[in-house]
Design a protein around this ligand. Sequence first.
Ligand code: ADP
Length: 491
Amino acid sequence: MKEKKSAAAKYPPLRRKVFVLLAVFVGVTLATLWVFQIFLLKPMYESLKMQEMRTVSDIVVRNAESEDLQTLTDSLAKTTNICISVYEISGPSARLRVNSHIRGSCFLHNVTSDPFMNRLYAGAKQEGYYTEEIRGNLFTPDKHGHSDNIPKSIITAQIVSGEGETSYLVILNGEIEPVATTTDTLRVQLAIITVLLLIFAGITAVIVSGAISRPITQMSKEAHKLALGTYDVHFDGGHTQETAELGDALNYAAHELSSIDTMQKELLANISHDLRTPLTMISGYSEVMRDIPGEMTAENMQIIIDETRRLTNLVNDILDLSRLKNGTQTLSCETISLTETVRETLTRYAKLASDGYRIEFVCDRDAFIYADKSKILQVIYNFVNNAVSYTGEDKTVIIRQICKDGMCRIEVTDSGLGIPEEQLPLIWDRYYKVPNYHKRAVTGTGLGLSIVKSILLLHGAQFGVQSTVGKGSTFWFSLPELQPDAEKQLK
Ligand code: ADP
């Protein structure tokens, strides 16, 4: 118990663990959101805009000589919000070929004669694809240059050669929207989301850990009680599948432990009672024989001998049963004649014939099985012994050997009082005795059928009992019959 406690003390409580895990999860999610929404928003947006302009410029360049250039540039300008101008240049003169302007603030208005145009032309000529950033626009030029709130323009220029001496200068102007206000809004939103998520994580941690830790705490308290020998415990597994299953398993274990405990107590009480009865008889008769002259008779001696035998039988039964139950008993199987084994058992009862008992064995042929002879002998002996003890006034016991469909079955039938139906499943239990209306129920150990059951289970045999109250009982078992040539193997 001490070790268990110190092992548990090493670990943090479940609630704290769940909260920390959730807090880490929320932290990572929020950090990712902050990085993308606040720090990377502007550069990502600008880079995407640049890419878009490059694509539009390339399309216009490819269609520079097309008849429908104006229609194309108009639609491109409309969908992308980029202003487009294409100049036809032949020799030193430049003529505006198409012009698609969708913003009045566009930088490209009326710049044909400007040195600015020459700069674009020279840049495009030199670099192939020329780009330039401009702060402010035609109407609100940014004199000082760096406020995030002043719109920023990107100008691109590209030259493509046409027929003969003609070439075309494609100029684009795209406005980069100021994102500063957007980022400010996002920052406030993210701050609110952060607080909400942390509260949510806290509540979830409390609920989740409560659902798991509450039943576990309850179950561990009950388990401590169980360990101290209190079997009246209930494990409440709560409302999660795994803890509920654990609760069920522990309830089952507690129930089993409790019945084992009851059985052990009963066993001890029964054994001590059964040991005490013959011992009392032996000591009583011995004292009488010692103290009272003339009591040293053969009958009294016989009683002492019988009681001693009874004690020996009881001790042997207990030993047998414990060996069978704890698995130390192994079978030494061989091919045996089942019919001969029954006959052998019956020789022990020859003397009973003089007391009016009729023990009949009905069989049509010799049958062979693969089994442990001494154990099968014990089974038949127990069945016949019980039948003789519990049979009715006619003192008849009939043993039948029925072999068919590869199975050989031995039935032991008596004409006694029978066993009530509700008791039938119980008689195979260790120390069970049908409430004592039988003469022998008082003297029997209640271990016989339990030993029989263990032996037959070890053999993988089928077995059972049919009984009618007032008419009698038939106890039976059946084992696979060996081929007819088994007889030869036996010899
Ligand atoms: P016991 O030594 O008491 O006979 P068993 O384990 O052999 O113990 O039998 C368990 C109980 O089953 C007996 O106490 C008896 O009440 C009942 N029983 C067994 N065989 C018969 C039978 N042939 N007829 C009626 N009752 C029987």
